[in-house]
Design a protein around this ligand. Sequence first.
Ligand code: SAM
Length: 281
Amino acid sequence: MTNRRRYIRSDQHFLVDNRILNRIIDYADLKPTETVIEIGAGSGNLTELLIKNSKKVYAIEKDRSLFRILEDRCSSLPSDRYELIYGDALLLDYPKFDKVVSNIPYSISSEISFKLLKYDFLSGVLMYQLEFARRLLGRVGTKDYGRLTITFSYRTDTEFLEKVPKSAFYPVPEVDSALVRIIPKKHDLKLSYDAKERSDKLEEFFFKFLTAVFTQRRKKLRNAMKNSAHIVGKQYKSEIDAILPLLDDKFGDIIALRPYEISSDRLYELSTAIYDILTKE
Ligand code: SAM
């Protein structure tokens, strides 16, 4: 084993295929006015191109040795066009950005993706492990469809761009990858304060409800809702037996199915109905 091999960690596979690097830039469709965030910049293969094609890049990297290489590599570029941030992308608050473009560390794909949803940005082009990309875009009734798919389809428009072969990386990983575009859905700016507050609370409840029922994805929804009630909250847990019969008329059809067999729209309607019962004066 060479020194270089020993030094590289399992989530450090560098994108070395220039055709794919250039296609990422094309997909991102960067404007000279736009700021970009890159998570896990590595030795800067993508960072350099991002800097050349945008107004400013915030590049985050948590590996000290790679960060030094990144600093060296960017030092010949105009310093007002980038900010290199040494740290853990899971722990940092991100500066305001227009687009996110990253070949992210696959071991934290889920955490980073959910974290990104908290920010207001225009669009993202992200490299994921192929299996993860399939889960983001899973179809109802398939093994790929779950909490991740529903949360993402509720908050973003997600598009599969292309499969990326292992050979595009060094060292060659064991898994294939895929490029995905995400475009956050815009909030309805015309909502009154009360309507916005209700919509935020419904969303918070919906995400908890999803987390809960998908811990039991192979159980019938009726049982999944009971078994996982503690995840949603105390009041829900104590009232779920009384609530279930009230749902039979409108939701009897889906309560008999398994969570992964139900469309995200129907799950949202159900979660809203439960929230309304729980919060009725
Ligand atoms: N962007 C580079 C490229 O495309 O060649 C490197 C991609 S590599 C798949 C992922 C990078 O994320 C590695 O450089 C790794 O050190 C870095 N990384 C891993 N966990 C991180 C974290 N929590 N915060 C910031 N960077 C992280």
